[in-house]
Ligand binder design. Structure first.
Ligand SMILES: *[C@@H]1O[C@H](CO)[C@@H](O)[C@H](O)[C@H]1NC(C)=O
Ligand SMILES: *[C@@H]1O[C@H](CO)[C@@H](O)[C@H](O)[C@H]1NC(C)=O
Ligand SMILES: *[C@@H]1O[C@H](CO)[C@@H](O)[C@H](O)[C@H]1NC(C)=O
Length: 530
């Protein structure tokens, strides 16, 4: 069973929606992986169909935005036995796949999103597109003859240019669709690499268009908006926390980053390629022990390491330029010069990098199953001038899985509400060793973490007992650099904020000797509050 064939069948399911099927499997990543696994076990697919084709996914909708996928991803050859293959998948999985394979936002609800084992929400469509792009890049790199034999419409230069995988293009070819090699104002155009092209199909189009839609100097509303399921696990309805959110939700961006990372991995993998079910199982697997390896938990860091701002800006720009050629009547692209598109792409990339990629992934309260706040919260007067660092002490072991971290959050909230008689969990934010930050009282409400100082600063706690050992490097980096810089940019924290350990203000050993000794070496640390 070839990886590409499986993916192609999965995408084909969209063309044969099953009327009146049973209730679908729960919308979780494990179901998507299970569907892949069933196909890999049951279905015989020839190598010929291994050019899994995400354009099918797009072709189902008449929406014009999919022309980019159709041109950048090759079409799969028709496959006669496909319908039989499809029916071998259980009705529950078939229903699930047609339910989640298209990403959409309507009336504040997001569709096509599944819950991953790491607790994150992931849009399936950009993930599948990335897998597909990676598989095609692989076959292009490994069997150029097969690729050259692909039927192309030679009369249409644009189609040819768009349909040839850029891994096969040299700089002069790739410049042909950008009008003789126009360059970004602040950089030289260079040959797109595989991962860059992956970013164009997974992320570039939506990033560029969404920013072109809003006024030039402002971010579109709700870049990186989170959402909540109607149930803690296996909920069906996913409601966005900002009803005006653009398409660039956290779930969409997660799916796009995962698609880019996994696609890049596939494009480099030597034969035999890993089975997709195995690859996804490993990538989304639980238990990371703070180690930012190839896991969904660390997707932001891993994508940041894989690309750069100028490269990404160029990819966004090229996606827009190509789309403008493909859809001359596109309302957002009509009459826009390449310079205007380049400006939009540069701005979009800067905003995306600074407000999403370089920011911590914060799981909102609804995702860890927070009980409601008791009474009425007191608003903070932002920006605050202090960051107070804590360790939880109990629980003592660092949490390295979403399940464990979320359970810790619930038990700390229960303790604070029921034993301490506070209104809510005391901390503003809690940092796990799973790559995630968990929202406590958040940016806007006064916490109960540092007696006498709660309205002056945010209280941030590491899960664990750091008397004799230190949190993971990733967790430390989050509190030392990533969280504060994003909070400053968002206007929540003063640029000259001061950092203190809990014990400097309250009789306590918190945040533990080992951690406190390290804090003293950090930027913004002060020996006394005044
Ligand atoms: C741009 O705005 C129009 C009208 O407000 C909307 O219909 C369209 O979906 C938006 N496009 C994107 C990519 O956000
Ligand atoms: C683009 O330019 C054409 C011709 O100059 C004009 O008819 C059309 O209205 C313009 N479209 C937009 C969206 O400005
Ligand atoms: C915390 O760590 C210290 C030093 O390793 C140890 O002595 C203490 O018992 C631990 N406390 C808890 C609650 O685990």
């Amino acid at each position: 069973m070839k990886a590409g064939g499986v993916l192609w069948i999965l995408l084909q399911l969209l063309l044969w929606p099953q009327p009146g099927t049973a209730a679908s499997s729960p919308p979780v990543m494990d179901s998507v992986i299970q569907a892949l696994e069933e196909l890999e076990q049951k279905v015989l697919v020839t190598e010929a169909s291994s050019t899994a084709s995400a354009w099918i996914l797009s072709a189902r909708s008449s929406s014009p935005h999919n022309s980019l996928h159709q041109h950048l991803l090759r079409k799969a050859p028709s496959h006669n036995t496909m319908e039989t293959d499809l029916h071998s998948l259980s009705p529950e999985l078939q229903a699930l796949i047609s339910e989640v394979a298209q990403h959409d936002i309507q009336d504040g609800q997001e569709y096509g999103v599944v819950l991953a084992p790491d607790g994150s929400a992931v849009a399936v469509e950009p993930l599948l597109v990335g897998l597909e792009a990676g598989l095609q890049a692989h076959s292009a790199a490994n069997s150029p003859l097969e690729c050259l034999a692909m039927p192309c419409d030679a009369s249409d230069t644009l189609t040819n240019t768009g349909a040839v995988w850029p891994g096969l293009m040299d700089a002069s070819t790739s410049a042909s669709f950008t009008d003789g090699g126009a360059t970004l104002p602040n950089g030289k155009a260079k040959t797109p690499t595989t991962v860059d092209r992956l970013l164009a199909v997974t992320l570039g189009r939506d990033l560029g268009l969404t920013f072109l839609n809003s006024s030039q100097a402002r971010s579109p509303p709700g870049l990186g908006t989170e959402g909540c399921w109607n149930q803690l696990s296996a909920g069906r309805v996913f409601t966005l926390l900002d009803p005006k959110a653009s398409r660039l939700t956290v779930a969409f961006l997660n799916g796009a980053l995962d698609g880019a990372l996994l696609g890049d991995h596939l494009s480099r993998a030597s034969k035999p390629r890993p089975r997709l079910s195995c690859l996804l199982k490993e990538y989304y697997g639980a238990g990371v022990a703070g180690d930012p390896k190839f896991r969904s938990n660390f997707r932001r860091q891993n994508v940041a390491a894989l690309t750069s701002v100028p490269t990404l800006a160029q990819q966004v720009w090229e996606a827009l330029v190509l789309l403008q050629r493909l859809e001359p009547g596109h309302p957002q692209l009509q009459n826009k010069s390449q310079e205007e598109l380049a400006q939009g792409a540069t701005f979009a990339t800067k905003e995306f990098t600074e407000t999403f990629l370089g920011c911590p992934a914060i799981l909102p309260r609804c995702r860890w199953g927070a009980a409601p706040y008791r009474g009425n919260p007191t608003p903070l007067r932002l920006p605050l001038g202090f960051l107070y660092v804590h360790h939880t002490y109990v629980p003592a072991p660092p949490c390295t899985t979403f399940q464990r971290c979320a359970a810790n959050m619930r038990s700390m909230q229960r303790f604070h509400q029921n034993e301490r008689h506070w209104n809510d969990i005391g901390y503003s934010f809690v940092v796990g060793s799973d790559g995630y930050v968990y929202e406590g009282r958040g940016w806007h409400w006064v916490g109960a973490h540092t007696r006498g100082h709660n309205s002056r600063g945010f209280g941030v706690a590491f899960v664990g007992n750091y008397t004799g050992s230190l949190p993971s490097d990733t967790a430390l980096n989050t509190v030392r650099d990533v969280l504060p810089s994003c909070a400053i940019r968002a206007g929540h924290l003063q640029p000259d904020y001061k950092l203190l350990g809990h014990r400097q203000l309250v009789r306590s050993d918190c945040p533990g000797d080992a951690l406190f000794n390290l804090l003293r070496t950090w930027p913004h640390f002060v020996e006394a509050e005044n």
